[in-house]
Ligand binder design. Sequence first.
Ligand code: 6GU
Length: 245
Amino acid sequence: MRIDVLTIFPEMFPCWLGSSILKHTIEKGLVDIKVHNIRDYTHDRHHTVDDYPYGGGAGMIFKPEPVFKTVEAVKSTITDERVLPIIMLTPQGRLFTQQVAGELSAHRNMLLICGRYEGVDARVHEHLVTDEISIGDYVLSGGELAAMVVMESVIRLLPGVLGSEDSALEDSHVAGLLEYPQYTRPPEYRGWKVPEVLLSGNHAQIAAWRREQAIRRTLERRPELLEKAKLTTKERELVESLKNR
Ligand code: 6GU
């Protein structure tokens, strides 16, 4: 997958790009990330990317021209003819979830535009972008951190990125449940013991225990997730009995 990121703060990306898992993924050629500075696509002496809002109000608004110019320049370097999602990161977007990450991971290319909190000229939204994504109901000053969040969750779903192919399947949220608790050595630490079943070597019992723990944890922390989770009749009964305690 190739990802092009458009930003006015390109200096925010190298540290994240150099972090270990991502670095290996890039070196293996599984993903290619290109960061573009929108300011490089301005033509005035001051490299202006924003301006005051028509009608008044606080903050500055991204001008349309530098954004259109950057997208058009980047698009002209993409030879693959499959659909190219042009995604704006903005608190006005649809909510980013594991399912959206899965959708995006199927594309050959994607283009991410880091918006800014105060706003982007509406013509960019109306005539340039194909999708708008928010990473949650809180406000960031710009879309850069959101773009990194989206990229990191999408990239780990690409074939060959994770060591064992099925480890992404066990993640929280994939099955609609939170993950069960994990333990490593020692078997006893400060008097706190690892649950006996995990030391038993009985794989069926371990799987059953983990499943139940995942359900209990989800009920306790994120009960709304259980409505959409795929549970057996027996598991639904367990949920009801736990609720009625
Ligand atoms: Cl994508 N951008 C900004 N500026 N704030 C956000 C966000 C995005 N998602 C949640 N808050």
